[in-house]
Each structure stands twice: as structure tokens, then as C-alpha cells.
Design a protein around this ligand. Structure first.
Ligand code: GLP
Length: 233
């Protein structure tokens, strides 16, 4: 794991952009993308750059179950607003949270991932160490699956909803097994609330209790952290 310390989210976004640019120059074609407030500065850098993604593919990590892409709390909506409307990709995949048959949607998403091996995966991290929506206890070999969100995640994400009862209780998430197959992983984390998770991820035991700790087993991970997120390391 390579750790890059930055001043703040602005500098972190710029650093992540430089790394992604290098990969584009090396012909990376498939990008695994994340939602959350953390990657926003990185997406701004992408939008303001001259990099062209119109022949590239993006595959998002997750989506809330029950929300359609036009719902402004959905991750599809977030991605359209923060990236795709201004920097279009050839194809942009996000799990369908309104699928009638969720198991079939999971297998369909796995198929998309296996047909388009991810060159660069962007990750944020939850306060409890989750990646995507892979909550503590998720086995390391999972593929796309239905997740029951933990109270900690629902509480952390409620700031984006009017009422905590509006936060969906379930989500579809790319599995840890699929994330680990990405050739390169760039994980971003800012702020004190992420410090415990970052410490566990970087120097703790590799355990499903802290899903991000599995990244210690990956050969090419870059972690971009500000001082607060790195404060316990
Ligand atoms: C959600 C997403 C994760 C994201 C996490 C942290 O749970 N599923 O992909 O990493 O939130 O979000 P934030 O960056 O807003 O702290």
C-alpha cells in the first residue's frame, strides 16, 4: 500500500486525477467509480480536464435498493450530476436499484464486470471500514450482492436525506472479490471521522470485521489521505 498524504480534499482530488491521467496514458479503459462526498473534488478535476472518456467504460460500486436513477438521492443521479452529464463515458454502469429480480440484477452486474475488467478502481471508505457497501462481516470472496445496511452506515449517510427514515435500508453492492480484481485501486479518505478506519485498514489485522483491510492483500493500492484521516497512523 502506498500512502500519499495531502493537505485537503482539493489537493487529494488533484493527486487522484494525476494518477488516473497516468493510467489513461497507459491505455486504461475501464474505471470503477464511487459515490459519496469524498470523490467529488476528484470528479471536478476530471470535468475540468481535457481528458476524453468517450471511449471508456465506468462501472459504479453500488446503488440503494428502491431508488430509481431519477431520484435525486440515488447514486445514478449523483454520478450524472457530478460527472457523467459533463464528462460522458461510452458506457456508464450503475446497479439498478429498482430491478424486480435483485438476484438476477446481481448476476447481470457480475457479467458486466467480467466482460469489462476494471483497470482503475476509485474507492472511498465508510467510518466502519466498508468499501462500496460491503459492510463488516462480508466475506472477502463476494461478488455483487444485496446488502442490509448497518445502523452506522445509515446514520453516516442520513445527512443526504431529509429524514433518517428516508434512508434506504438495503443496497446492491459490487463485492469485495470483484473490487480486489481491479488492476489498480485508489482509495481516498478525508477528515477525522475516517481516522479509525484508515488506521485499521493500513496497519490492523486483515479481517472481514474491517472490510477495507483486505486491500493489504492487493498488489497496487494507493491511499490518498488528509492529515485528519491519517492522524492515527
Ligand atoms: C457510502 C458509499 C461508499 C462511500 C461511503 C463514504 O456508504 N457506498 O462508497 O465510500 O459512503 O461516503 P463519504 O465519502 O460521503 O464519506
Amino acid at each position: 500500500m502506498e500512502i500519499i498524504r495531502v493537505k485537503d480534499a482539493q489537493e487529494g482530488g488533484k493527486k487522484a486525477f494525476e494518477l488516473v491521467k497516468e493510467e489513461v496514458e497507459k491505455d486504461a479503459k475501464v474505471f470503477g467509480l464511487a459515490t459519496g462526498s469524498t470523490p467529488e473534488t476528484f470528479y471536478k478535476e476530471l470535468i475540468n480536464s481535457s481528458l476524453d472518456f468517450s471511449d471508456k467504460i465506468s462501472i459504479n460500486l453500488d446503488e440503494y435498493i428502491g431508488l430509481s436513477g431519477t431520484d435525486d438521492q440515488s447514486y445514478r443521479y449523483f454520478m450524472n450530476e457530478h460527472l457523467f452529464n459533463k464528462k460522458p463515458f461510452k458506457e456508464s454502469y450503475v446497479p439498478n436499484g429498482k430491478a424486480e429480480d435483485l438476484e438476477a440484477e446481481c448476476r447481470h452486474y457480475d457479467q458486466i464486470i467480467s466482460e469489462n475488467p476494471i483497470d482503475v478502481q476509485i474507492l472511498g471508505i465508510g467510518q466502519n471500514g466498508h468499501i462500496g457497501f460491503n459492510e463488516p462481516g462480508t466475506p472477502f470472496d463476494t461478488s455483487t450482492h444485496v446488502v442490509k445496511l448497518t445502523e452506522s452506515t445509515i446514520n453516516a449517510n442520513k445527512r443526504n436525506f431529509e429524514n433518517v427514515n428516508d434512508v434506504p435500508t438495503h443496497a446492491l453492492s459490487m463485492g469485495i472479490g470483484s473490487i480486489m480484481k481491479a488492476k489498480k485501486i485508489i482509495l481516498l479518505a478525508y477528515g477525522k471521522a475516517k481516522a479509525e478506519a484508515i488506521k485499521g485498514m493500513v496497519e490492523g489485522e486483515i479481517t472481514p470485521d474491517l472490510p477495507a483491510s483486505v486491500l493489504q492483500n492487493h498488489p497496487d493500492v494507493v491511499v490518498i489521505v488528509d492529515e485528519e484521516a491519517a492522524s492515527l497512523c
